[in-house]
Ligand binder design. Sequence first.
Ligand code: GDP
Ligand code: MN
Length: 403
Amino acid sequence: MNIHEYQAKGILKSYGVTIQEGIVADTPERALEAARTLNADTGTSWYVVKAQIHAGGRGKGKVRETDSNGVVLAKSLNEVAPKAEKILGGTLVTHQTGPEGKKVNKVLIAQDVYYPGESEPKEYYMSILLDRAKASNVIMASTEGGMDIEEVAAHTPEKIIKEWIDPSVGLQPFQARKVAFKLGLEGNALKEMVKFIHSLYNAFIGSDSTMFEINPVLKTSDNKILAVDAKVNLDDNALFRHKDLAELRDISEEDPLEVEAGVAGLNYVKLDGNVGCMVNGAGLAMATMDIIKLSGGEPANFLDVGGGANAKTVEAGFRIILKDPNVKAILINIFGGIVRCDRVATGVVEAYKNIGEIKVPIIVRLQGTNAEEGAKIIAESGLKVFPAIVLKDAALKVKEVLA
Ligand code: GDP
Ligand code: MN
């Protein structure tokens, strides 16, 4: 589960990670109030107004309606509300949101931490991830922070420092020092960075996260180390033991069809193609998506209706697939193992009747227990569905109906 920057920073702070302080606001008036409070708390007189969406690249991104960037500097209290107004309620388009962009409901008003001093502030990159292949956690860091880390990884991979951590042993002090040394730090900044890395690792473990990305980590001109940005992905499978973190979920950031499917107990992932598919079993769903591609279509979704597919789940799946305007055909591929094909066929026919007119062709492949009975129910229903017996048949039918 993804969360917002301001929520991620809240987690970091609770583990003692030093952060760029800020207060979240949902109106220009509250943004000004947040800035006043920040001024009293931190003494800052410049502020950063940061759009809160579940996507990065906000600094370079543009709000479609106002042309404002998603992260902007306010050099006085007077500038805070007008700058927040240009972001709030707008649609922020960044290289991570796709061209449709994301609606901004909240802004984080943060203290300016790039204040000039004897030395320039310096931006670093740091992330902690689960490395499944090595069954370890890995800390990745780079002196090339702030900018697109993907570019750095692609063109100058030697600039990315990696330190693997055995989860049963935990982060060892020498490992944190090694990372800080490799970042070229010395003196107080080195000490601060070592502390930062330890707290960050504790936060990663304590929150059961699968990814932390702090870009930039800032060394201020007075040698403080701060998390200026924070992207956190929490492990969905561990949320049951973090009730407080589970509450950070922001449904408005998620795909509405995926939310609806979750409520109906379906495993649905929206994709960009034109063939909707409804399958029982994740493995069969993957194979079905492959065959759709091989026949020249593109899957519009992944949908696993589960082992106990019945008329109700089939109908819910249908409704969700049909809400996707890109869908030009639907392929239902059910293997009757625990579930019987005749029951699924009845479900398909009922759902079809309940939903009313369905304009796209439907190809149904039922195989396994009571497959013949299932095919008969569909044939006798008088509905415009195309039965298929073998998967290759189904693929050919998809090709035909798309042509
Ligand atoms: P992202 O673009 O979504 O990754 O958002 P970030 O939180 O990383 O902010 C984008 C950029 O804004 C950073 O790389 C900084 O260059 C700049 N920025 C963030 N905080 C401050 C600040 O306190 N002062 C100044 N001057 N710039 C900042
Ligand atoms: Mn960033």
